[in-house]
Write a protein that binds this ligand. Structure first.
Ligand code: GAR
Length: 210
């Protein structure tokens, strides 16, 4: 059984999707803990209600990113995870942290990387007149929103969309590609080739929604 630690900062809907899929589909994995950098993150209650260990490492209590990341790593390592899953975790991580979890740290980002790294992805996609949008699950490296892509979910941009409507459509794709990606990791189905990652049996690494 692989052990997962999931990091959140807010409502935690991606965390919920992973927890539910892990239970329903009988993955060879268990959720060792859900950790938030914000004491008021809505997702903590969902995890606690399911009997999952929770912890808070409040970034405001630390003088530097290095100090925060060191404490975060100490708490994470207390749960001995095989995989650390960033699910709406809204802190930039130091190179020391990303190196510590190299090839066992996943993130989901609400754009089709490498387009629109950083914040306000949906507003920027709309401003550019993009006709598709989406989300990307990727391994985390020291460079923000880079790292090997595990899976991408693509949705149409529809006439009249505002950022809220587009975010909601992208989120439906997120809730499918993130559990799938984590499942592949726990099943050892991901194979590295240089700096990129493929599915062992060539399973499609994109989801196209209409
Ligand atoms: C998701 O849309 C996720 O892609 C995004 O935050 C949201 C979290 O929602 N992540 C980032 O922007 C990371 N840079 P959730 O808390 O309901 O999973």
């Amino acid at each position: 059984m692989k052990r997962l630690v999931i990091l959140i900062s807010g409502r935690g809907s991606n965390m919920e999707a992973i927890v539910k899929a892990c239970a329903a589909e009988g993955w060879p994995a268990s959720i060792a803990a859900v950790i938030s950098n914000r004491p008021d993150a809505g997702g903590l209650q969902f995890a606690a209600d399911r009997g999952i260990a929770t912890a808070v490492v409040d970034h405001k209590a630390y003088a530097s990113r290095d100090d925060f990341d060191a404490e975060l790593a100490r708490v994470i390592d207390g749960f001995s995870p095989d995989l650390v899953v960033l699910a709406g975790f809204m802190r930039i991580l130091t190179p020391a942290f990303t190196a510590r979890y190299e090839r066992r740290l996943l993130n989901i980002h609400p754009s089709l990387l490498p387009a629109f790294t950083g914040l306000h992805t949906h507003e920027r996609a709309l401003a550019m007149g993009c006709k598709v949008a989406g989300a990307t699950v990727h391994f985390v490296t020291a460079e923000l929103d880079h790292g090997a892509i595990v899976m991408q979910g693509v949705v149409p941009v529809k006439p009249g969309d505002d950022a809220k409507a587009l975010a909601a459509r992208v989120l439906t794709a997120e809730h499918r590609i993130y559990p799938q990606s984590v499942r592949w990791f726990v099943e050892d189905a991901l194979v590295w080739s240089g700096d990129t990652v493929q599915h062992r049996d060539g399973a499609p690494q994109q989801l196209l929604l209409s």
